[in-house]
Design a protein around this ligand. Sequence first.
Ligand SMILES: Nc1ncnc2c1ncn2[C@@H]1O[C@H](COP(=O)(O)OP(=O)(O)OP(=O)(O)O)[C@@H](O)[C@H]1O
Ligand SMILES: [Mg+2]
Length: 503
Amino acid sequence: MNLQPVPFLEVERISKRFPGVKALSEVSLAVGVGESIAVIGENGAGKSTLMKILAGIQQPDSGTIRIDGKPVEIRGVPAAQRLGIALIHQELNLCDNLSIGANIFLGREPRQFGWISQSEINAQSRKYLEQVGLDVDPRTLLAELSIGQQQLVEIAKALSCNARLLIMDEPTSSLSAREVERLFSVIQSLRESGVSIVYISHRLSEVHQVCDRVVALRDGQNSGGLSREEITHDNMVRLMVGRDLDQFYARQSLTPGDVVLAAKGLRTRDNPTHAINFQLRSGEIVGLAGLVGAGRTELLEALFGVQPAVAGTIEVAGRTASIRSARDAIAHEIFLVPEDRKLQGLVLPMDVGQNTSLPGLHRLSYFSWIDSRSEQKLADDMVKRMRVKTPSTRQIIQYLSGGNQQKVVIAKWLAMNPKVLLLDEPTRGIDVGAKHEIYELMEELARRGVAILFVSSEMEEVLGMADRVLVMHEGALSGELTRAQLSEEAVMTLATGQQMKTI
Ligand SMILES: Nc1ncnc2c1ncn2[C@@H]1O[C@H](COP(=O)(O)OP(=O)(O)OP(=O)(O)O)[C@@H](O)[C@H]1O
Ligand SMILES: [Mg+2]
């Protein structure tokens, strides 16, 4: 794509400081009309902060923003909208209990004689939904759509504001493979009509598919750029991390120990028609693969008691365990790191130290007083170990970047010495360097005899980390693959419900 003489957007030497953190220092970038750039960087590098500034959610301390060559000040979200800038957050900003049309026009409803015109909302919504390739009635409730479809509604909404720049902050982390493809083709057609794209993702393989150019940030500063031809995994890692990363997966073969967890005829609340049977042995790392919606999270939630199974038994170390709540599971030393860490994993207004030690408090307390010195030490160790980017362990958790919040949740459960660890998408939204840390921690725990069951939608991770893989399809366990049988093709075959030919 040829750059126009004047780029649509120019950001020049933008800086932004938060208490104790220089989030951005003198960052510059430009985006041409119809151009698609990726902004990459480790957790806490400043990506989201820059985007929030462009979308009018936060104000820069210094620097210049130009649109069509003219300096602008973006004092709020409506101002950004008027300039044609739309930000699609990773956590979608829509109302579940309203219709699609109402969501698209929320606060800007077309009116006739002062009354909101429902027919106009529907007619216009149809037009925008068609543009994003979503074939649903605008009167449908948003709650009835999949996450991928809801994301397309967000894009339709952006189009209805005549967006000329669409910023997407980790758009694909909860989408199925098919929804990702759909999103990419919508992005392509938007670009053809002159919309510019800024794309943020920790899935580096996507960057190559979607973007013309890469801008990298490290510690809040520009660390370099890549042209289309230069976009490779290694080049991106070098710019983000500042060094080469060695071999990614280090899984060593091992002889698993005794069975620590067994599911017998387990039926989950959401998929009660299928009985699930499997075993986990001490020291094993087992992958749970399947397409989005296959029932993987439901299975973990049944094992952890937050959505107790409706039938069947769970045995822990050979004895039937009654697991009706998370408390029961924890009593049996079974822990879950949930997929939606913001909602379930953290206490946002508390600080990093308190969040790390929360579930382990009973171990640190002496006559029920919290021993703040041990809490401090535990938190310091974890922050160092996981390379959590925070000014101190006293920082309130909601001010950490998305990926760093996730590291804290994982740290919190690792501090507990579990017998069985259930991980739901443990590296979602986590940068490439910190992924290493998490894999190494999983290895270390397995060596200490912990049984790990992890859900992952990243094939590479499943193939690289698992000693054994259980595959789910539409609520049922459709098969099991040993390390020797493991291949991308074998996983996909089982995940899509086809019969295996060779095994
Ligand atoms: N409101 C805030 N108050 C204090 N610090 C903040 C605030 N928002 C962001 N920060 C800090 O600014 C830095 C940059 O955060 P930002 O969210 O921009 O990172 P990011 O590149 O988007 O990371 P991730 O990949 O984890 O999403 C981090 O150190 C973060 O803790
Ligand atoms: Mg971010």
